[in-house]
Design a protein around this ligand. Structure first.
Ligand SMILES: [Zn+2]
Length: 440
């Protein structure tokens, strides 16, 4: 462990100046709201100037030199723009930047690709360290991640990525593993690692907590559990806090923007750093800003990535600005009531929104189901993809799943089963036990 502590700083410094970024971002925590606003406007203007001068897509779209003070009049950037205009969204000076391509794999259709540079990546890691610190984890303290498979995040389990995780003292638990043995292994890992914090997909850690409670197991209590990639409902938060005997810090992030916002220990709302992520919340119909406290569509401008600027990007998630103050000393603004994309919910043929948990429950207690994915492919079709441990899933169980699904979704809904050997690669930042292609 001592070796790791000594290696951590010099290597991250050499690679991406992460500790330096972390110190810079930490310094921003104590800025006044007025100072944050002043600096945000300045950074917005720098990004706009860069985009107008160096990015063909924006040069054409903006028509004239854009002003940060008239930011809300600029056009929004859609996911489809990113797919169709990928080449023209690259900055002309890309070759002078240390950059790489990242992508969301997307539930269906083609992946959305984007370019990120070294500056962005070091800012992303620095911000993550600040948020981790809020959760009681400093520098290289142990952390357990209940996450998509490591393959999803790093492309392949290279020696390099393994070394990087070792250096950062992160241990993985695969969030897609659902069998009883997997749950027992997860508890054992948490108990042996004794992490300062657990960072997990909301659904995955809720399932682990339920398992611990049902089986009356003893589990190590970290300083915090950080949840992400899904909607944290009050009863989920209560169960996780009860089982792990520590506060939950909800977080919001995406593959395009990294971790965007996190609760502090007061849990008032999710703070975001406006000097990194400039957030607007718009009415999805009128595309005008909503009143503070009102829910709307999150639109993000990333102020730290010049290689492919994302300006007014419609990420597709929903939240509200939190209007109150927080008792912590940080003046970063807050969002609240963050919900995943509307497509995270299922929609019945008569238009009723169904919380995906209702359908997931139909699969509980079948020990032969190792993993699953439930996919609403159209208004009247639900596909259950089940990775099973036996060749002949009992017909009676499948009929029971069908009848429960009909009860929830309506009898006109067709239920199909697929039995793949694995669930396909998925977008690491998003919860993927359930997918809906149908929007409400
Ligand atoms: Zn706070």
């Amino acid at each position: 462990m001592a070796l790791r502590k000594h290696l951590w700083k010099p290597i991250l410094n050499y690679r991406h100046s992460v500790p330096k970024r972390y110190e810079t971002i930490s310094g921003w925590e104590s800025l006044s709201s007025a100072e944050l606003e002043r600096r945000t406007t300045r950074r917005l203007q720098s990004l706009l100037d860069h985009a107008y001068e160096n990015v063909p897509y924006y040069r054409e779209t903006f028509e004239e030199q854009p002003k940060a003070t008239e930011f809300e009049e600029l056009p929004l950037l859609e996911k489809a723009d990113l797919q169709n205009e990928f080449e023209r969204l690259k900055s002309d000076d890309l070759s002078a930047r240390e950059w790489k391509t990242n992508a969301t794999s997307g539930s269906t259709g083609q992946p959305t690709e984007f370019v990120q540079d070294g500056h962005y990546l070091s800012m992303r890691e620095g911000l993550k360290l600040v948020f981790d610190e809020w959760g009681g984890r400093t520098l290289s303290d142990p952390k357990v991640k209940v996450w998509g498979s490591q393959d999803d995040l790093f492309g392949e389990k290279s020696v390099k990525s393994k070394a990087r995780e070792w250096l950062r003292n992160i241990t993985w638990i695969n969030a897609y593993s659902m069998s009883e043995d997997d749950f027992r292994d997860a508890v054992q890992t948490i108990n042996s690692e004794q992490p300062a914090t657990i960072h997990a997909y909301v659904e995955a850690i809720t399932n682990v907590a339920a398992f611990i409670e049902e089986n009356d197991l003893a589990v190590y209590s970290p300083s915090s559990v950080m949840t992400t990639a899904g909607t944290l409902r009050p009863e989920m938060r209560a169960q996780i806090e009860r089982v792990f005997d520590c506060p939950v810090h909800n977080r919001y992030g995406s593959r395009e923007f990294g971790t965007v916002a996190s609760e502090c220990r007061y849990g008032t709302g999710l703070h975001y750093c406006p000097l990194i992520h400039y957030i607007e919340i718009l009415d999805p119909d009128t595309l005008e800003p909503v009143e503070p406290g009102e829910p709307g569509e999150i639109v993000i401008t990333l102020l730290s990535n010049y290689s492919m600027p994302l300006i007014r990007y419609r990420i597709g998630d929903v939240a509200a600005f939190h209007t109150g103050d927080c008792d912590c000393r940080c003046n970063w603004p807050m969002i609240a009531n963050v919900r995943g994309r509307v497509t995270d919910h299922f929609v019945t043929p008569d238009g009723t929104l169904v919380y995906p948990g209702a359908l997931r429950k139909t699969l509980y207690h079948y020990e032969w189901i190792n993993r699953f994915q439930i996919h609403q492919t159209s208004t009247d079709t639900i596909v259950f993809r089940l990775v099973v441990s036996r060749d002949d899933p009992p017909q009676s169980a499948l009929e029971e799943i069908i009848s429960q699904t009909e009860r929830i979704m309506g009898e006109e809904v067709a239920v199909d089963f697929e039995f793949p050997s694995a669930i396909q690669r998925s977008d690491s930042g998003k919860y993927r036990y359930t997918i809906s292609d149908v929007s409400s």
